[in-house]
Design a protein around this ligand. Structure first.
Ligand code: PLP
Length: 373
């Protein structure tokens, strides 16, 4: 977000920056969603709602979780939050006390680390190397009585890695055997290029009891500005989250909640499929462009809309860190990517392909030229 602010500042000053930094789809919010919002406005649905969200939407989410994810949740086991970032914040606030530890595989989205710290608990980082696929063996090495929870994010931001189904089961079983909570951020579930997404909570009733499933509308439905996410977990967890939500933000925006009902329609599903098709083509475009460059370490993402590229071979006296390299790329070629430091993984950059093919081509050319120079 800091980089995005810098890019917007440069663009406002007339500098033609090509941004491959953003983590939001460039598509318009699907029409059934916007139409449902317009209708909510026309009908005057513009007041407070129940803090945990409107029943209609909680029911629609419960139905979705059953049909698509094979998870049975009642409406009392679901809370609608103003963005899944806030779902995560509430989750950590509810679970963690000072002295607790939370296992976070890296590279990771920095929000998890900061939100764990906000509770006084300690994030314990588990470094993974390419292709960044977490295994139960990775986790086992970090087992300690202080661990309260593990964080899973599959498909992942920033790597696009998807945890293998058999491994996901082993990880979940390990967590249950150690009495760890499983916090699973599944916000990129629909943007996937290989297998179908597998939800941790669907694996067994014992696993579901220890799982907190987080999801949201931002990525699949291009709704980042609407601020709408949700959490599914046991009644106790949801009611504790609701206690904090009701004393902080009250409810998620009433209009956005009504709008989200438009997400669960065949028309929107078709639009989502078209978006994923376009992401698939852009992913190939990046692969074709960057794979032949020997000095880069490129792993094809299995989900989400990011490449996490190793530039370790390009670092040295001129650019000692990936942060310096990315800064120089921005200054010299006016191309913005996010340095690995932002994801607790120096030596890399994250490239987002949630932009037009034209922008992507320009950005890729800038990167290639910068490496050649
Ligand atoms: N989880 C992950 C992994 C993300 O990458 C993001 C946004 O970048 C979010 C959650 C937050 O999404 P929201 O817009 O619902 O707060």
């Amino acid at each position: 977000m800091a980089l995005d602010a810098e890019v917007k500042k440069m663009q406002a000053a007339g500098v033609p920056v090509v941004s491959l930094g953003v983590g939001e789809p460039d598509f318009a919010t699907p029409t059934p969603i916007s139409n449902a919002a317009k209708q909510a406005l026309d009908e005057g649905f513009t007041h407070y709602t129940a803090s945990a969200g409107i029943t209609e939407l909680k029911q629609a989410i419960a139905d979705k979780l059953k049909e698509e994810n094979n998870c049975n949740y009642t409406t009392e086991e679901i809370i609608i939050n103003p963005g899944s970032k806030f779902s995560l914040y509430l989750t950590f606030q509810v679970l963690c006390n000072p002295g607790d530890e939370v296992l976070i595989p890296t590279p990771t989205w920095s929000t998890y680390i900061e939100q764990v710290k906000m509770t006084g608990a300690t994030p314990v980082l588990i470094p993974l190397s390419a292709p960044f696929k977490l295994t139960a063996t990775d986790l086992e090495k970090y087992a300690s009585p202080k661990i309260k929870a593990i964080l899973l994010n599959t498909p992942s931001n920033p790597t696009g890695a998807v945890i293998d189904p058999a491994e996901l089961e082993k990880i979940a079983e390990l967590a249950v055997s150690k009495n760890w909570w499983i916090i699973t951020d599944e916000i990129y579930e629909k943007i996937i290029y290989s297998n179908k997404h597998l939800s941790v909570a669907s694996l067994s009733p014992e696993i579901k009891a220890k799982t907190i499933t987080i999801n949201g509308f931002s990525k699949a439905y291009a709704m980042t500005g609407w601020r709408l996410g949700y959490t599914a977990a046991s009644k106790e967890i949801i009611s504790a989250m609701n206690a904090i939500q009701s004393q902080t933000t009250s409810n998620a925006c009433s209009i956005a909640q009504k709008a989200a009902l438009g997400a669960f329609t065949p028309e929107t599903e078709t639009t989502v499929q078209a978006m994923v098709k376009e992401f698939t083509a852009r992913r190939q475009l990046v692969l074709d462009h960057l794979s032949p460059i020997k000095k880069l370490g490129v792993t094809a993402p299995e989900g989400a809309f990011y490449f996490f590229v190793s530039i370790e071979k390009l670092l040295g006296n001129t650019y000692p860190t990936s942060a310096k390299w990315c800064e120089a790329l921005l200054t010299e070629k006016k191309v913005a990517v996010v340095p690995g430091e932002a994801f607790a993984a120096p030596g890399y950059f994250r490239l987002s392909f949630a932009c037009s093919r034209e922008t992507l081509q320009k950005g890729l050319q800038g990167i290639t030229q910068f490496i050649q120079d």
